[in-house]
Design a protein around this ligand. Sequence first.
Ligand code: PMP
Length: 397
Amino acid sequence: PSLFGTVEPFAGDPILSLNIAFQGDPRTEKVNLTIGIYMDGAGKVPVLPSVKAAADKLGFGVRSYIPMEGLPEYRRLVQELVFGKAHQVLAEKRVATIQSVGGTGALSVAADFLAKHAPGRAVYVSDPTWDNHHGLFQRAGFETKTYPYWDGATRTLRFDDMLKTLEEAPAGSIVIVQPVCHNPTGVDLSRAQQDALTDLLIEKKHIAVFDMAYQGFADGLEEDAGFVRRFADRTSSFLVANSFSKNFSLYGERCGGLSVVCTAADEADRVLGQLKLVVRRSYSNPPTTGGLLIATVLGDPALRAQWEAEVADMRVRMKDMREKLAAEVKKLSNEIDVGFITQQRGMFSYTGLSKPQVVQMRDKDGVYLVESGRMCVAGLTDANVAAVAKSLVAARA
Ligand code: PMP
């Protein structure tokens, strides 16, 4: 046999595979509610006008290597967006931030950094979670465990069980927390629950890794960062991964940030050095184009105001589609409690549909959901929402 003759095939990513199946589906009435990509009212992935204006302003010239940690302006703007301009952690220069290759790249660097500087700890992720949380931390050498999160029967949070598991976890465990717009459930912690979790994480000296991939998609750019900001008011030695894929509609440019909140400025300097080392050994330095676009939009007052309005438009459209879907379902059936559709937040709704029900919707109606029952509400439009409701009600019957 050849050297690589026994290499195992890659099972693929279930969500990306579904997306490919969708592309190949010849039906014209098909609806794609699988992948977490925001689509506008016409069912298209938008180019945000603020980003287009930044691209026009920038043009294209020679783009040499940028620093391992990314563009200085970009990094400053990431910090301000995540922590708020006036936060003490920024005034005290206690945050080490790098420009990352999307949110995934931020988590990957976080996992490598922790593997070296906080080795041997258990990593806890929500049950269920974005699958790559397991994969990225396992690749870095960690064992991953889960904390209860979703109660399928009530379509709500298992908060007491979540706290109990994290209470019983070994002190100093790594805990991945999605602070807003939880993927895949759409169920977030209330303010009081955030505070209670903060108390517990501090008491147990757990290392929080916040994964904020949807800032701006729940209540607003500032509001959505509230959990992370209040956490930073109380403690340090934690990490925040943020992504610009969704809120800038720049999926393919691969832009995000990783911030490590430290106890002192000199510690943050050394931590930044270690993040740079991880970067140097894996991809050397981040790509330029997306970073320049984002720094241009965030750094220019007029473009920034425009972008904030565009994020608000996306947020409002998703809420609107949730309400329309709930109303359409209600028209067809009184037996389905539609409250969960409008109560869940962000891009996703965990419908509670079983795998056979999801398969029925796909096969009979060309309505594609993830087999876990996760629906991307950003794929709903005025043109397809009634058909989706009909398919959903039929599948439950
Ligand atoms: N974390 C979560 C919870 C996500 O849903 C996603 C995107 N699907 C990411 C991280 C990764 O984002 P990016 O595409 O920027 O790598």
